[in-house]
Design a binder for this molecule. Structure first.
Ligand code: ADP
Ligand code: MG
Length: 401
């Protein structure tokens, strides 16, 4: 795996020799269905993908932490004891490049969450997850670092606890008000399966997808339109959901069903109503997808994916022309279903396709982008894969706290 080789090479460049305590990695994720439901205590059905971020780690004999990435120009170093003070400052006063908020934020969040050994570390990161495309390179970097520090610092947290650490880092250290779906998918994913995530209880249930057995593949169409969670759109949608729940007198939109929609239509302004309707119907589509997978198999879920896209486009209004073009072109070329995945405003669409039609669907997307005057998309397949893990080296057992 090249990200692993690259991470080790970066570590060697950083430290001057090839010694490495161990490597840890975490995947990006694609969300099969269940979008903008996580922060509404709802359901999502994401899967970890076969693209990963790798952390090559070496302990150092002072209590400092240095992070470097092949995707960033310069390493950043801080004393472990300074992490609390650093993240207590407003972001603009920290003197940190934005990317460093992810790995250092995880270190800070881990120390806030658990008793940890105070061991200095060098962390070199490399990734083959596209950054900023909606495949959650952010959860992947958090997972690689969280699983590494969990072992090196002997924090002894479970993957679900580490997912909370990742979210704490992303929310408080980076300042992106995201839910926990990305971390749960990346940290708890399983080969050939999606995870049914109950975002209220954080219960996870692996759901067999059986795509390969059904002759299906998932095609990712990366529009290359950069999204940013820090921008207003995401926060605005969250606020609308909170407003809707408060007006309807429920703790979260998860507590509504389609039976509540007529009342919602009476009480809410038209825009807030459509935001609420997306979340309510999307939760149901997740549960329907799980039921259909079990009853009828993977070929039966396509129209649910496509209905999810329509709801995100028309009711939640988080799609964009490039995502709509990708979805429409994929469906016209024979995809069983297609939808935007991730937060929206750009990023990626996924299409469920017959494996032997994948290249035709990919070509159709490229042609449709050209015809619309959009920059060419990046198109590739992803496979449901294992979640974060350690490739622990024996050297770690001799590290003294
Ligand atoms: P996504 O999670 O969809 O890829 P986000 O905006 O949530 O997009 O996260 C992308 C940000 O995460 C990048 O701008 C960068 O700050 C950080 N990041 C992700 N992967 C890496 C990496 N390998 N090296 C450095 N920073 C990274
Ligand atoms: Mg992200």
């Amino acid at each position: 795996m090249t990200a692993s080789t690259d991470a080790r090479a970066l570590l060697a460049e950083l430290t001057g020799d090839a010694a490495c305590t161990g490597t840890w990695s975490a995947p990006g994720r694609a969300n099969l269905i269940g979008e903008h439901t996580d922060y509404n205590d709802g359901f999502a059905l994401p899967f970890a993908i076969d693209r990963r971020t790798v952390a090559a780690v070496r302990v150092r004999d002072d209590a400092r932490i240095r992070v470097a990435s092949t995707a960033a120009p310069a390493p950043v170093e801080v004393a472990i004891d300074d992490l609390d003070g650093l993240f207590a400052l407003p972001p603009a006063e920290r003197g940190l490049p934005e990317w460093a908020g992810y790995p250092l934020g995880v270190a800070w969040a881990l120390r806030r969450t658990a008793a940890t050994a105070r061991i200095g570390v060098e962390i070199a990161l490399a990734s083959d997850v596209p950054v900023g495309s909606g495949l959650s390179s952010s959860a992947a970097i958090e997972g690689a670092v969280a699983f590494a520090l969990n072992d090196v610092w002997r924090a002894d947290l479970t993957p679900v606890q580490l997912a909370r650490v990742g979210r704490l880092a992303e929310n408080e250290a980076v300042g992106a008000p995201t839910g926990i779906m990305d971390q749960m998918a990346s940290f708890c994913g399983q080969q050939d399966a999606a995870i049914l995530l109950d975002c209220r209880t954080l219960d996870v249930r692996p759901i067999d997808l059986g795509f390969a057995a059904a002759g299906l593949e998932v095609l990712v169409i990366d529009t290359r339109v950069e999204h940013s969670h820090a921008d207003g759109g995401y926060a605005d949608r969250r606020a609308a959901c909170e407003r809707g729940a408060a007006t309807l007198g429920v703790p979260a939109l998860r507590d509504l069903t389609s039976d509540d929609l007529p009342r919602a239509a009476e009480l809410l302004d038209e825009t807030t109503f459509r935001r609420v309707r997306h979340v309510v119907t999307e939760n149901q589509r997740v549960l329907d997808t799980v039921a259909r997978l079990a009853a009828d198999g993977a070929r039966a879920i396509g129209d649910l994916l496509t209905a999810s896209h329509a709801s995100l486009r028309d009711d939640f209004e988080v799609s964009c022309p490039e995502l709509d073009t990708a979805v429409d072109a994929a469906l016209a070329a024979g995809a069983l279903g297609a939808r935007m995945t991730g937060g929206g405003f750009g990023g990626c669409a996924i299409a469920l396709v017959d494996a032997d039609r994948a290249s035709q669907v990919a070509d159709a997307a490229v042609q449709a982008f050209a015809a619309s005057g959009f920059a060419p998309p990046r198109v590739f397949t992803v496979h449901p894969s294992a979640g974060a893990r350690s490739d622990r080296s024996p050297a770690i057992d001799s590290v003294e706290a």
